[in-house]
Design a protein around this ligand. Structure first.
Ligand code: LLP
Length: 428
């Protein structure tokens, strides 16, 4: 359960604010516990010590969030022009922004170079010439990483595993594609090769996969060292897992993760006889996931006969438009009733208001038998890839995101209005 959630006189409170009162803003409503998010960011910074933490903005980014992260000593990892513009709008200095993407446009690369971003991660052979031409045109030297595919398969769902050969990201170590690109980069006067990048997947709970990837990356760095190409830095990407429900295993701590990674890097460097490069990482979910939650209001309920007995379907006022993860990955969450109840729990499924049977919010949860229309339900750990992957499916208004702290509340993202929805139609 969220770090600063308490029950006071039968009502849930987040950082001192009653959820009943917060729900007056309208539901569904995303909440972010600012102190918890800052603490998680700080934990990575202190674990990495002499190294860099790039917060993965794709998990949830607003100008204010970008500013929080910079205040806590992090840099920002962006994966699109929108994320880049959002980080810049938050006042993040260009040199503390990284840019990813397997299909970056010329205009995005131009904006990145003109903003002085600290690193652009090259993901395909053609990008070397594409970026070099824009660097030449803008009179800059592009600071680059090359993203390599290590072949390490780790983490959750296939859609979010990224280091096996047959997927779209990175340049293969096995086929020599990464080497060709690194050589081309090092020979190009408009590019500066700063380091190697690897991202193996998401929702990974221990350091083993990262250690294996690190060791493959260092072997490659040694190969490059042998042909006169220096690799001052290694970035191992994101993917550090969190607990979504009480049944999920506890992930390794930030310190354990970094210790496992560092030890693999040091061993590999010693074996290869090369200097130890600087380390950076790009955690997203582990910073933004647990501090975020979604508050829904219950609508219709019904009991359905299943092979295992009766299941209570509890419908809420949001669903797959504000959290696509259950439908997309079969992701599990847990829900808590906003008020006290002495009723016995019954096997329940929280579902959304969309016109699809896959529109599930929480697949299996025990909820009090007296859950009824108008109740508040809180779903935990929706802060990562919740709002950031939200849609207007069924022409719903995407919910706002309210930051909550002991000091007060403020909108990180304002709730959409009916004007936002109808305003996109020129033929209205
Ligand atoms: N760095 C790179 C290059 C990435 O591709 C990603 C995630 C991250 C960092 C951050 O990963 P994190 O620490 O947040 O796991 N929508 C999916 C996750 C897709 C992640 C894609 N890349 C989900 O909801 O689980």
């Amino acid at each position: 359960w969220p770090a600063n959630l308490t029950r006071v006189d039968g009502d849930l409170h987040l950082a001192g604010h009653s959820l009943t009162a917060l729900a007056e803003e309208g539901t569904p409503l995303y909440l972010v516990d600012e102190a918890d998010m800052r603490n998680r960011a700080r934990a990575w910074v202190s674990a990495i010590g002499d190294g860099d933490v790039y917060y993965a903005g794709k998990s949830f980014l607003t100008p204010t969030v970008a500013r929080w992260m910079v205040e806590e000593g992090l840099s920002i990892d962006t994966a699109s022009e929108g994320e880049l513009r959002t980080a810049l709008a938050g006042g993040v200095p260009g040199e503390r922004i990284g840019l990813h993407g397997n299909s970056k446009s010329d205009s995005t690369l131009r904006l990145a170079l003109e903003s002085g971003v600290g690193r652009i991660v090259i993901d395909s052979p053609g990008e070397v010439d594409q970026l070099a031409a824009i660097a030449e045109e803008t009179g800059t030297v592009a600071p680059c990483f090359v993203r390599v595919t290590t072949g390490v398969h780790a983490g959750g769902h296939d859609f979010i595993a990224t280091a096996h050969e047959d997927q779209k990201f990175g340049l293969s170590l096995a086929t020599g594609a990464a080497r060709e690109v690194a050589v081309a980069m090092s020979e190009n006067p408009h590019l500066e090769l700063l380091g190697l990048h690897s991202h193996i997947g998401s929702q990974i709970l221990d350091s083993e996969g990262f250690a294996a990837a690190a060791s493959a990356v260092i072997d490659f760095a040694a190969e490059l060292f042998g042909i006169g190409i220096d690799v001052p830095e290694v970035d191992l990407g994101g993917g550090y897992g969190i607990q979504y429900t009480g049944l999920d295993p506890e992930p390794a701590t930030e310190a354990e993760m970094i210790a496992g990674i560092r030890s693999a890097i040091e061993t590999a460097c010693e074996r290869a006889g090369i200097p130890v490069p600087r380390l950076s990482i790009e955690p997203g979910r582990s910073i933004s996931g647990p501090p975020g939650m979604t508050l829904y209001r219950v609508g219709a309920t019904k009991d359905v006969m299943t092979d295992d007995g009766v299941r209570r379907y509890v419908s809420v006022d949001g669903g797959m438009s504000d959290n696509i993860r259950p439908a997309l990955y079969g992701a599990d969450y847990t829900a808590l009733l906003g008020r006290d109840s002495s009723a016995d729990n019954v096997p329940s499924r929280v579902v959304g208001m969309h016109c699809e049977s896959g529109d599930i919010v929480v697949r299996d949860v025990a909820l009090p038998a007296d859950v009824r229309r108008g109740d508040l339900l809180l779903v935990a750990a929706t802060g990562a890839y919740g709002r950031s992957m939200a849609s207007n499916y069924n022409l719903v208004r995407r919910p706002g995101v309210l930051a909550v702290s002991e000091q007060g509340t403020s909108w990180l993202v304002r709730p959409e209005t009916w004007d936002d929805i109808l305003g996109i139609f020129p033929d209205r």
